[in-house]
Design a protein around this ligand. Sequence first.
Ligand SMILES: Nc1ncnc2c1ncn2[C@@H]1O[C@H](COP(=O)(O)OP(=O)(O)OP(=O)(O)O)[C@@H](O)[C@H]1O
Length: 828
Amino acid sequence: MAPTPSPRLLQGFHTPSKTPQSKHRLQFSTKTNSVHPSPNPLSTAKEPAVPTEHPVEVIGRIRDYPDRKDKPLSALEITQDGRSVRLRTDIGYRDFSLDGVSVSEDEDLEGFYKKFVESRIAGVRLGAKCTIMMYGPTGAGKSHTMFGCSKEPGIVYRALRDILGAEDGENGVDDGGFRVGLFVQVAVLEIYNEEIYDLLSGSSNGGGTSSGFPKGNTPKVRLEVMGKKAKNASYISGNEAGKISKEVAKVEKRRIVKSTLCNERSSRSHCLIILDVPSVGGRLMLVDMAGSENIEQAGQLGFEAKMQTAKINQGNIALKRVVESIANGDSHVPFRDSKLTMLLQDSFEDDKSKILMILCASPDPKELHKTISTLEYGAKAKCIVRVAHMPTPKEKMNSEESSVHLRSRIVAMNQFIYKLQLENKLKEKERDEANKELLRKEEEISELSTRLKLIEGRGCGSKGRRDQVKSYGDATIPRSPSRVFLSTVYEGEEEEVDSSEGDEIEKEVVEETAEHGRQMIDEFGCSAISDCHLQEQNYYFGDYTDLDGDLMERHHLLGTEVVCGKNPRDVDSTRKTRIQNIFRLCGNYRELAQQVKTPLSSKKANTQSSPSALGKDLSAKGSPADFAQQPNNYLPDIVVTESPISNSVMPFATLHLEDEFENTSQELKENPRPVVPEEADGLIDVFVKWEASKESSGNIIAKLKVLKGSTLSDLRKLIEVYLEEDKNKQGFTFLLLGDPSGVPVSREKETTVQATKLPICNNQPNVRLACLRPIKKPVQRPNHVPFSSLENTLPFSSNSPSTKSQFVEVFSPESGYQNTNYLAGLRA
Ligand SMILES: Nc1ncnc2c1ncn2[C@@H]1O[C@H](COP(=O)(O)OP(=O)(O)OP(=O)(O)O)[C@@H](O)[C@H]1O
């Protein structure tokens, strides 16, 4: 027999657009006659997959024959998978697909409960919401399944036991204490003639309360529906399943029953047992519906009976319409059509709620039409699917606003983070700079501390040395031939040197022999002698009055003495100017020394002209300090320390000593030191004057000491140094004969003409006269830097490029060959 669904159901699937106001979009399928209908028709369509769920689970329970002795062949066949029922008739059969089918003859209540209900009850303990409703015609076993019988408890008591926990041995069930302690609240309602009654309320002494149990057969309290719940419903609460079960069993007997043709104790009302688990938010609704019987078949006669039956069916019919409306996607779901549907509204609308519909049916072929009607209803309910909640436009807008707000906050936070990172980088940079500055300051402090210690260490000695300087002036120099260590701070004065000079001028304490000072005092009558140590090179000077009564100034540096007239300008000249001259001398000699390595004490070296040989001998002697400590070697009066300059000036210091031996005092003669080859050489005095002219009187302007082997070029350097202080300094040429009739020596020949070629002065063989012819063109003198290279320090008296180049060839480091010749010339 072909299924005959209602024309409305055959209209097919709903469309979501039809349920814009439906909070829960339930979908209903009409494929109830298929053997394996899909619960979700959308799953078979080629539409985008939408998350759905199956909120209504339909289970069929086929009761036993009332009379087992004379039972006909069953009209129902259960498939092997236990999910489909085949209804056989005389003209064919009809299959109904359910979620499960149980035959009570084969499966008692316990088995049925465990198989289809127990899992739902467990979910309620965890906070799920479940509605279990019994649907079927009268006498089909709804109340039997829900409440059981004396032999076996029904779902209500099993659920209470499972949720609350049964005492050991109670109801013959030992749960091992698993379900103990869960607190529940239970309300029992009855819907009769479309009125809600509180079965827990009313008692013989005034009615039940929420905290007590109703006593006696007191009138039932009618309740109003507020929203989706019965207002002011009584409830029983506790965690003892036994006590609550007893009360539920007691009030269940208060239901209105009536004997009908189909059921001796037919339930004339719908009974709802509502169990809440507040601690977890779980809810269990157990609904035993009144029989959906045919009025005539039920044998209800009379207007009142028919009206009662009609009211009973009102709930069933309303529930059926609700299911169909939800399934059809109607804009309006008639929940308010009956009290039953009003109280069941949450069961359909709540996303967390599931419905377990138990279809009770009789295997009796006489009840076939009622069975078909019941199975059709169940099949419809089974096909209801719940589409996942779709956000409403308002919710969507709120969500979008929320997303925009969050994005703006993210942007703001990113900007804030970026700002903090920049500030952090700046602070790190400042910290690094501060650390560097701190390190610099620490280095300065360390350096200053070192200087302070050095100064403090010199302090005592300096005072003594200054005293000795004074003794120089008083001509009380000890005449011991032994080395007298005379040390002074630079120039013996406490004046601060100009900072620009101070970097180059190192104040050092030096050891000085008494000979020089004494010689300057004895021979020249210097009134005061000051000495200093410039870059580890001795320099001392003093004033004296020469035989002509002229005030002269005598300088000694590196074996070279410079004697010059004490120009009145010198009185006003600063120490700085004097130091500049001395520095230039030192610079020249340093440069020379770097070019030529001359052994000091080797006589052979005096005749050797090979630079390599000279250097070799020097290296054989070791360091100057080692050399000075060798007993057979001459101890220079200049204490040479380990420094590039002192090493470099060592040969010239020795040369100077040769001269000193020639002019040695008696004490030195009494204690002759080993004569070194250089002692055979001597110095000649060269008086310098300008050629007499309109501008010059021709007086002697300076007296210089040079080596006999010196050339005019060498002499020029000394003169130019002297002339550095002369503001009217001019270039000059040497007059070989010392008078206007003399022929000037060209600059090119100055390097080849020895100073001894100059005319003898005052008939003294070791005295020469250098007459200078001024070159009119003034020469701009640059600011010289102490110890700079010669070409940068010494002024040029001629603009001739050849002269300059020659000059450079002699003294520049690149002119090793010429330097060698120059030294050889000096020594010759
Ligand atoms: N599975 C069953 N096994 C044994 N007896 C049953 C079974 N189902 C029902 N009965 C018996 O059938 C009778 C009717 O059952 P029940 O009262 O449960 O029907 P009902 O569906 O509730 O009918 P109504 O709608 O009129 O209340 C009861 O006496 C009950 O004991």
